[in-house]
Ligand binder design. Structure first.
Ligand code: PCA
Length: 219
């Protein structure tokens, strides 16, 4: 049996010329992993870094690709680790305009929607498996309030209301080395990011429930 995993990446934003998420998902497109339970196929989609439009693009990709699992990926400049996100909140609050010039402040992602949605991915099992491959990873407890949290919340709302048989969640990744050559900020090679995401896809495709592992933070 084939498990289909839709992996999405955002277009560059905020003055950057690349987005590591888009670069990584381009490399993941079409990858197939064979294991004892069958095969896992990755399908990829590029998503505009635009409030509203990003959720529509995601829904179109879900409609056409018919995935079993959806993992949206975005850049979190300043982070050191690959960070699967725990929770999406119903709040848009943009520090900078998106790629279409929108800058919502304190508006809901979905009017009347629940305050938050938990991820449906086994994020601790993912973090453990990525770490075991020698790649820095940790759980994040906030996806922010920009377009990444927006699509994460939009995804979880879609799955809750329209696609209950599909599971999904979100992963933030660091800058690429080429983005930080002239500023002091953490980065990760594209190879490591891609490998970390390959591991995430396989764990997410095969594990419905998470492991018990302390991975919290004080702040
Ligand atoms: N990162 C932004 C939006 C697009 C992306 O890759 C964020 O973290 O909200």
């Amino acid at each position: 049996m084939e498990t289909r995993v839709l992996v999405t990446g955002f277009e560059p934003f905020g003055g950057e010329t690349v987005n590591p998420a888009l670069e990584a998902v381009k490399k993941l497109e079409g990858r197939v992993f064979e294991d004892a339970d069958g095969s896992i196929r990755i399908v990829a989609a590029a998503i505009p870094t635009v409030f509203g439009k990003s959720i529509h693009a995601l829904e179109k990709a879900i409609e056409s690709e018919k995935p079993d699992v959806v993992i949206c990926v975005g850049q979190a400049g300043g982070r050191y680790h690959i960070t699967p996100e725990r929770v999406a909140i119903n709040a848009d609050d943009a520090r900078i305009p998106d790629n279409a010039g929108n800058q919502p402040v304190d508006s809901p992602v979905v009017d009347g929607g629940p305050v938050a949605y938990w991820t449906q991915l086994p994020i601790k099992a993912m973090v453990k498996a990525i770490q075991e491959a020698g790649i820095p990873a940790s759980v994040s407890n906030s996806a922010g309030t920009y377009v990444c949290n927006h699509i994460f919340y939009g995804l979880m709302h879609l799955l809750e209301t329209k696609y209950p048989e599909v599971r999904g969640g979100f992963i933030h990744i660091p800058f690429l080395p080429e983005q930080v050559v002239n500023r002091e900020a953490p980065c990760m090679s594209l190879d490591q990011i891609v490998h970390g995401l390959e591991i995430s896809v396989q764990v997410a495709a095969r594990q419905q429930t998470d492991i018990r592992m302390a991975a919290g933070k004080e702040s």
